[in-house]
Design a binder for this molecule. Structure first.
Ligand SMILES: O=C(O)[C@H]1O[C@H](OP(=O)(O)OP(=O)(O)OC[C@H]2O[C@@H](n3ccc(=O)[nH]c3=O)[C@H](O)[C@@H]2O)[C@H](O)[C@@H](O)[C@H]1O
Length: 433
């Protein structure tokens, strides 16, 4: 535009005299030279763009929906995923563990990796509780050759990619929005993680070839207002007391549907208040320990008529054994590529300890291990989804999984307190720790 205004081309024809022949020759020369340089430049540009797109923007190409948020993808990443998912002993499973940076997920991943299974973790490192604890668990897994991919289970593109890169024989689905009382504050997060993400995962599983067997975390909370004691798998589970419980119950129905339509092998495990080292800071035993050590009061809920609340607290090592046994005994899925070929197992098991302890009883044990008195603030249980007690009947898990919990609350809390003091850098150990 400027060139024309500046008179490079005469605005009035005939004002500039030029030697037409000489001008044409120069033009041809210039054109040839310009054309070859431009061609070379364009080729170079094309090759650079091609390489960059393959190396760095793989997910962008694959999903089309992950603009500028590519924390996964690329040749190097695929290589790491494949290596982590590869079994270290012949015939061992290759397991995708969701929620691998979580409490139960990290322990199960470690147990599987230690015996030579291929393990690939997936976790979104959300901030429901301190993500630095999740990253510390991730580092622990990395020391054992387990990669934890950062991503959400609800990301269908990521799941399709993972199943494309690795042939998982099993999925251990432990990612969830946990916590009973938080569901009143943020119900949408429960629907997202425990319902929507579960459906995305099962879609990926039924499409996969081979279809993996799925083992996943349900919850003792599905028993809700059930008052048959101890809770057996055959008891009513149609009266949930919290949104958390309702989403876990929905998961049991959803897995049934995928089992029925697509021949997916599914095993739901109803965990009973799991505790132990590397645990969840939102849970009572963990937050009570923190407050007691810091000299802060703790709130102890009490039921109607001043009855103490009780839980069938279950130690993490026992839960891990139950999870691994569920994986080892899961029959195969029968379908492939979205087609059912025959019936597949649909299983549900309680994984509890069978010895409920009251909440004041739990506080007493912590006081003993910490050698500190708790400042108890006893209040009536608010109507926020809690149930007065839980108690597992584990005969089915005993029969089919060989599940036999062996850690009582006193022993388990001693181990927890020892871990807590060391992890958070307390110099002074309490009694027995
Ligand atoms: O089995 C499950 O399916 C669930 O177990 C766990 O839920 P809960 O059994 O509710 O555990 P947790 O919060 O430790 O409260 C324990 C007791 O302390 C009482 N409690 C709690 C907090 C408090 O400040 N005061 C108090 O008295 C409280 O009233 C209760 O009586 C998991 O969090 C959940 O994700 C799910 O897995």
């Amino acid at each position: 535009m400027r060139a024309m205004e500046d008179g490079m081309f005469p605005s009035t024809p005939g004002k500039v005299k030029v030697d037409r022949a000489a001008h044409t020759a120069v033009q041809r020369q210039l054109h040839r030279c310009f054309a070859s340089t431009t061609t070379m430049f364009l080729w170079a540009l094309f090759l650079v763009a091609l390489t960059a797109s393959y190396l760095s923007f793989q997910p962008f190409v694959d999903t089309g929906s992950r603009f500028l948020s590519a924390s996964w993808g690329g040749i190097q990443w695929e290589h790491q995923v494949r290596a982590s998912a590869l079994p270290r002993r012949p015939g061992a499973p290759s397991v995708l563990v969701t929620g691998a940076a979580g409490f139960v997920g990290s322990h199960v991943s470690l147990a599987l990796a230690r015996r030579g299974d291929g393990v690939l973790g997936l976790d979104n490192y959300n901030s429901y509780y301190d993500p630095s604890l999740k990253h510390a668990r991730r580092l622990r897994l990395a020391e054992h050759g387990v990669l934890v991919v950062e991503g959400d289970v609800a990301d269908a593109g990521l799941l399709a990619k993972l199943f494309d890169v690795a042939a998982f024989t099993h999925v251990m689905h432990l990612a969830a929005q946990a916590g009973v009382r938080y569901a009143m504050e943020n119900p949408a997060s429960y629907v997202h993680s425990n319902v929507a993400a579960l459906v995305v995962l099962l879609e990926a599983c039924k499409d996969a070839d081979p279809q993996p067997a799925v083992v996943w975390a349900s919850s003792s909370s599905v028993y809700g207002l059930n008052d048959q004691v101890p809770f057996a798998e055959s008891d009513r589970t149609d009266r949930p007391a919290s949104i958390y419980a309702a989403t876990k119950k929905a998961g049991e129905e959803i897995t049934h549907t995928y089992n029925h339509i697509y021949g997916l092998s599914t095993t739901g495990l109803r965990f009973f208040t799991v505790y132990g080292p590397w645990g969840r800071p939102d849970m009572a035993y963990f937050s009570f320990t923190r407050n007691i050590l810091q000299g802060k009061p703790i709130t102890v809920y009490r039921g109607k008529d001043e009855a103490d609340l009780a839980r069938d607290f279950t130690y993490i090592d026992d839960i891990v054994k139950g999870c691994v046994a569920a994986l080892d005994t899961a029959g195969p899925s029968t379908g492939n590529g979205g087609r059912k070929r025959g019936p597949a197992p649909y299983r549900i098991y309680n994984l509890g300890n069978t010895q409920p302890v009251t909440v004041p009883g739990l506080v007493g044990i912590l006081e003993e291990h910490l050698q500190l008195k708790a400042k108890r603030n006893v209040v009536e249980m608010p109507g926020n989804g809690d149930v007065p007690f839980t108690h597992a009947n584990i005969s089915m898990a005993q029969r089919d999984l060989g599940y036999k919990p062996s850690t009582d609350l006193n022993t388990g809390l001693r181990k927890f307190v020892r871990w807590y003091l060391s992890y958070y850098g307390y110099q002074r150990g309490g009694k027995n720790v």
